[in-house]
Design a protein around this ligand. Sequence first.
Ligand code: TYM
Length: 323
Amino acid sequence: MRILSGIQPSGALHLGNYFGMMNRMVNYQQNNELFCFLVNYHALTSVFDANLLRKQTFDAASDFLALGLDPDKAVFWVQADVPEVTELTWLLSNITGIGLLERCHSYKDKTAKGIPASHGLFSYPVLMAADILLYGADKVPVGKDQKQHLEVARDLAIRFNNTYGETFVVPEPDIEEDFATVPGIDGQKMSKSYGNTIEIFADEKSLRKKIMSIKTDSTPVDEPKPIEGNILFDLYALFLDEKGKADLKERFITPGLKYGDIKKEIFEVIRDYFAPYKKERDRLAGDKKYVMETMQKGARKARQAAAVYLERARRNVGLDYNN
Ligand code: TYM
């Protein structure tokens, strides 16, 4: 099975990115053909500082490698190193109804948060569909916030195949219920643009501060605590297996639990969980040559895979006029 997903290098990676996508991708690499990439063309919709984009792209590359993505098992590259994806975006654009894009929530959400309402932002889902269709992905692991974009990709694959003949694989979204929407410190979806993230590689001091500032309800200590919609429960549960979750539930419903103690535990769990990865990440940050070579090697492999679908698409729409 060919599994593919991408992430924007548009800021420090957080628990939502990790559990919604990154960790799942790393797990998938054992038994699947994995395609994983950093979407710097997409990041251009919101990052307008060239040096910052360069830095964030490099950092995201070393972060992902540190988290265990194995470039010998997976194809790992930077989106813009295979610029053919922009050509496919154009081919798809011509079968993309404006209404389809107008219905996309993320455009409305992002412009409401102050990201400029550009043509790039509006057609973001077409570029994302091209990302997926160019590599013939069967399955796309994402968080729930990307569900609608996956529907656009499916829609465009089907429409293209119906218009020009069988060309693309119709991809399936892969959303894991337990990790579909990781909450941020204010209870909304964790997101860079809400400023409510818990960064996976935060230094100890700011991690502690973040965890301590998590919003809690005012249930008295000697009463059972609610489980449903409880940010502390949901964040802690990310790190627990079924038995661990059952035990945690028991602690929450038993009177006497102090939220302050739970926060301290969550802080320690996050710190300890990411500590070995952080060490590796710091090592990789100092080995620029290795990271750059790895990404370039990945781009060569990705380009080969892309050629199959791009050639087919060019032929099927009639760009090969000299035959
Ligand atoms: P991005 O960079 O916003 O997020 C990367 C991945 O992290 C997931 N995610 C979350 N999952 C659960 N809970 C959260 N709070 C949370 N926050 C983020 C996202 O769902 C995503 O899977 N458009 C994409 C990038 C993209 C892409 C693609 C993805 C471009 N082309 C092709 C898949 C296939 C994005 O902005 O993700």
